[in-house]
Design a protein around this ligand. Structure first.
Ligand code: UD1
Length: 342
């Protein structure tokens, strides 16, 4: 019998790509998503790519009663991957309670059910945002947390503490926290990808929307950083590579290869790219000439952050493989696909 994995937030951006990789690796998947930031049609994309349809339950994990009923039905889960959370930094500053309530209640509800129903394995969707501006680059998993710049970032830090404290007193519970750098791109089929609601906050969706004519111009936030060209540097990682790390993590737990109750891995490429480098690479692979202008820095942005990937490469046995140009092209193909579809 196939192993059954619960993916919360499985119709979202990273969630949907992870569901595809799980199913391609012979896992069965049940998704819980309240569709607050995703669309049910994502299930069609997943089915078209994999030839199978994941189970789907639409409800909010904050609703404890519904969650408990879910676990009464899906008793034999082998693992849970938890993506369902709010993720917009600016919105979290405006609505801190909404962020703390949602991101922490979903987590504590799930962990409580895992203990009650003896579900052994948990993968958490964390973020490199926990490092802030690290003292040393590339940043290793050992780097200490910096005071969070936003309630969103704080929820990721607190979540990791909650998981650490929970596994400590529940030795049968294993957890892996994956700290994502900057996930970009889309599945090579262009059948699933990122679906930002409203004006995108993140760089690459803003670029593709500008190139396709929905936005007038990209604003490059700052050219006075202490970097090669003055624009800020990030570690952009292909979302499919990122999704694959979740499959490796699940297998690691199921095969009992973990070395501690809670393990933490950076998911990045190890290579930093500046905003202007991304713009130039996008122009090169798409043949477009992106309209952009330099504006002031965005408040809360760090100058430069990229991953030390040694631990993930050696211990997890996972490495990002897809190059930046191929990744930007996949983002562009996805943008064209969704605009043609509408
Ligand atoms: C942001 C969040 C981070 C979160 C991640 C999730 C902030 C401060 N950080 O990361 O906590 O985990 O998204 O995806 O929001 N840029 C522009 N013009 C734009 C948009 C972005 O120049 O219109 C620049 C930014 O200044 C930054 C880089 O592009 O230097 C990447 O920005 P973005 O995609 O928003 O990611 P992060 O800020 O790194």
């Amino acid at each position: 019998m196939n192993k059954l994995i619960l993916v919360t937030g499985g119709t979202g951006y990273i969630g949907s790509h992870t569901v595809v990789e799980l199913m391609n690796n012979g896992f069965d998947v049940v998704i819980i998503d309240n569709l607050s930031n995703s669309e049910k049609s994502v299930l069609d994309g997943i089915s078209e790519i994999t030839g199978r349809r994941p189970y789907f339950e639409q409800f909010d994990i904050c609703d404890k009663e519904k969650l408990d009923n879910f676990f009464k039905i899906y008793k034999k889960l082998d693992a849970i991957i938890h993506f369902a959370a709010y993720k917009a930094v600016g919105e979290s500053i405006e609505k801190p309670l909404m962020y703390y309530q949602n991101n922490l209640t979903t987590l504590t509800n799930l962990l409580e059910c895992m203990v009650n129903y003896k579900i052994p394995n948990f993968v958490f969707s964390s973020s490199a945002t926990v490092y802030g501006q690290p003292d040393e680059l590339p940043v290793t998993e050992k780097a200490s947390f910096k005071p969070a710049d936003s309630p969103y970032g704080n929820t990721k830090q607190i979540a990791e503490d909650i998981i650490r404290d929970t596994v400590k007193v529940n030795p049968d519970l294993n957890a892996i926290s994956l700290r994502y750098f900057n996930p970009i791109g889309a599945h090579s089929s262009a059948l699933i990808g990122e679906l930002p609601r409203g004006v995108p906050n993140n760089l690459v969706p803003f670029i593709t929307q500008t190139a396709i004519g929905i936005r007038d111009e990209l604003k490059v936030f700052g050219d006075d950083y202490n970097t090669s060209d003055g624009s800020a540097v990030r570690d952009y990682i292909n979302v499919v590579d990122l999704a694959k790390a979740h499959v490796v993590s699940i297998k690691r737990m199921i095969e009992n290869k973990i070395k501690a109750n809670l393990e933490v891995f950076n998911l990045g490429t190890g290579k930093g790219s500046s905003v202007l480098e991304i713009v130039n690479a996008f122009d090169k692979v798409t043949g477009e000439k992106l309209n952009y202008k330099i504006v002031d820095r965005r408040s809360g942005d760090v100058e430069s952050v990229y991953a030390d990937t040694k631990y993930a490469n050696e211990e997890l046995g996972w490495k990002a493989r897809i190059g930046l140009e191929e990744t930007l092209l996949s983002a562009w193909n996805w943008e064209k696909y969704i605009r043609n579809r509408k």
